[in-house]
Ligand binder design. Structure first.
Ligand code: PBG
Length: 327
């Protein structure tokens, strides 16, 4: 029997690197990437995070150097997380102008100015001794509206320290509206809000707990979303846009690319996604075993985010990826 010869041959467009490059539908650029960083109060040297090889808890000095390097690499921004020495039930360190996150914001802004978008996590879990993202009521439940008051104060403290963009990640209802109002009321109309809109109760945050020295009591399922739900993620994003979010985020990343696409199609603001700690550590662990080829796997991962619709990607590989892309 004669073989029927195909008329249509998609392989023609894959023939040479130049052809492939010319017709590529998506690309990753340094400007799309944001580097999350941890800064530890009182540290004189960077402290390695064992479950995230290559990532450290910075000292204030080493953070400034890392920020300068990030600016040099041409990435879009840097997202700061504080690791305080003292934690308490209400996360007092979060609102204290002398608290580690607020002083680190000022340090980084002094170092890089406007060369990077300086962002800060706006959430209590790094600062509370119980590890929850909000304050608790008398029965030990996460008290949504009492937490909003703390977020408002935290937003003002971060804006006073000079942050360009705050990232509320606590999944309290109404948080974006309250933070917008607090910022505007304090003369910080120009500080923008990156809302962690669709944030799921995920097992992939594991290494982050070590990164911020958190010993979470219980779980976050009464405020973070059920991994079974995608429509709910779209609803959360729409609510946040209505409340004044300048960008919305879907988090985690790789296990939620469908939600990312759905949110991208539903809103008219830039959409971010967070390639989180567990995703980072899985790839690093497999690469360390020689089971996958590390650099191509990193670039493929970031491409997947862009293909699914991310305008901005938070990734611990941001600076390294920017250098790989420049090669
Ligand atoms: C909450 C917050 C978390 C992460 C970023 N912001 C932890 C959580 O919600 O449990 C996780 C980031 C990562 O795993 O890389 N402040």
């Amino acid at each position: 029997m004669a073989i029927e010869r195909p008329i249509v041959r998609p392989r023609r467009l894959r023939r040479t690197p130049a052809l492939r490059r010319m017709v590529a539908e998506t690309s990753v650029e340094a400007r799309n990437l944001v580097l999350p960083v941890f800064v530890r109060e009182g540290a004189s040297e960077p402290v390695p995070i064992s479950s995230m090889p290559g990532v450290v808890q910075h000292s204030r000095d080493s953070l400034r150097k890392a920020a300068a390097e990030a600016a040099e690499a041409g990435i879009g921004g840097i997202m700061l997380f504080g690791v305080p020495t003292q934690k308490d039930a209400v996360g007092s360190g979060a609102c204290d102008p002398a608290g580690i996150l607020n002083v680190a914001i000022a340090d980084v802004v002094a170092e890089v100015g406007d060369a990077l978008t300086v962002m800060s996590d706006l959430c209590l879990d790094e600062f509370t001794d119980h590890g929850h993202c909000g304050v608790l009521d008398a029965a030990g439940r996460i008290d949504n509206d009492a937490t909003l008051e703390v977020y408002a104060e935290m937003a003002r403290a971060q804006a006073d320290a000079g942050v360009h963009m705050v990232g509320p990640s606590g999944m309290m209802d109404g948080q974006v509206a309250v933070i917008r109002e607090a910022l505007d009321g304090a003369g910080h109309e120009d500080v923008s809000i990156l809302a962690y809109s669709a944030k799921y109760a995920s097992a992939f945050y594991g290494p982050f707990r070590e990164a911020v020295d958190s010993s979470l009591q219980g779980d976050r399922r009464t405020y973070q979303q059920d991994p079974a739900n995608a429509l709910e993620g779209v609803r959360e994003a729409l609510l946040d846009v209505e409340q004044g979010a300048d960008l919305v985020m879907v988090k985690p990343g790789l296990p939620y690319l469908d939600v990312l696409r759905a949110v991208r199609d539903a809103v008219d603001v830039p959409v971010a996604s967070y390639n989180i700690s567990g995703e980072y550590s899985m790839l690093e662990a497999a690469a360390a075993q020689g089971w996958i080829d590390r650099e191509p796997a990193i670039l493929e991962t970031l491409t997947a985010f862009r293909r699914a619709g991310a305008d901005v990607i938070l990734t611990y590989w941001a600076v390294e990826a920017a250098r790989l892309l420049a090669r």
